[in-house]
Design a protein around this ligand. Sequence first.
Ligand SMILES: [Zn+2]
Length: 465
Amino acid sequence: MESVTGASLAQLPDEMFKFILQPVSMPDCAGRLGQLILRGRPAISTPNYVVPTSRGVIPHLSQDNLQKHTNISTVYVPLEDFIEKSHAKAPLYNTPAPNGESPLRQYIGLPDRHLSIFGLRRVPNIPCPAHNTDSSVAISTSVGFRSLEVEQYHEAVRKLKADISTSLPDLINTKVASAKRIEKSADRTRAWLRDFVEDIGEETGLPFFASIPPHETELLSLYLSDLKDEYNSHISGLCVYSPSTVSGLPGALRDIPTICLTDPSSPQAVLAAIHAGVDLLTVPFVTKSSEHGIAFSFTFPGWPQTPNQPLGFDLWSTSHATDLSTLSTNCTCYTCTRHHRAYVHHLLQANEMLAWTLLQIHNFSVIDAFFSAVRQSIKGRTFEDDMRTFSRAYESELPALTGQGPRVRGYQMKSIGRGEPKKNAKAYGKLDEQVQKLSEAESGVASPEGDADYIEAHGGAKKVE
Ligand SMILES: [Zn+2]
């Protein structure tokens, strides 16, 4: 049954965008099933995951591997990845895009079957030292911090034509904020949405989602009532930054899809977000785990008979050096059907980039099966019981990261200033052993002239006159 469609709110041409909610009601659980349909892309069953990209790509997955060996449907692309010093001169804007295609899609070479969601900042991102102002937002580019005019972001949305764009929120960097600052955050987010609607209107013909900053919903009541009454004909969905925001949303805003740009620490945190009613959420922990040699081993809901199983295992561990078993039992991904743990362990030890590719393929296969099982569980109305089973069956956190990952870039890690230890291990040494030998030779300890007699006296080579 089609209960409510996003298109009825968004008034988009020819039902370009549609969100169909399936009627599954569970007491004490806001988790729900839906279908997100955007013309020209395959329908996406929700709840589902969104993969954050880094400078336009999913780390370690080339476009052919992405298509052949994963079921990833949606990617998140942040603007701050592409604009370094000058916003206007960014090559992203000069990409030829014939027939009204999206320059963003052309620039990053995103295959047609993947949905692109566009926002300003990475997930997760580095807090900027500067604050937002009424007309600009602080961002962190690959060459440092800077600010971007709100109008420039709107211009980017208009030019780049991502499948779904999100409006700008005024997010607060500090952990604690005064009531005045929270009020200002709500006011700015509202003002920027108003400008967004005025600047863009129906021009792109593509849906956009209204951002809601992560404050208590009582403090956002004015903004939320505006979303519901004034802007409901313009927005196709909501973009939140904490799953807890969803629980406080008024019923009138629950018929449209909600994406959560968040950094859950574990699959349990993902389940909690789905339980709260999030339809799509980012899962940065998958790439982070792959990069540190962790292979996921969980399934949903798992088996309560064997409690406290690890959620994954560390392939850097030498215990896998001769282990010829697959990464995970019953996994049918490319990695598990062709390789074994010992091989991936060897690749990690040898600093071979292929290790991260194989782990990404496996881990995304596990997370895909996890979401698929969650949807089945909601459909069968057993989601809450299954959540409890999962909590009993698995440890609460992913394994600790012990192994070395790829080189960390400046835009991935905040600098703490002077005296900070090096983020990346030395890739190449100075052949220290050779340097030592050379200095010994120069000092005469092992030079042929100086020690020939010594060598001969000790039963070494004979000196020839
Ligand atoms: Zn696998």
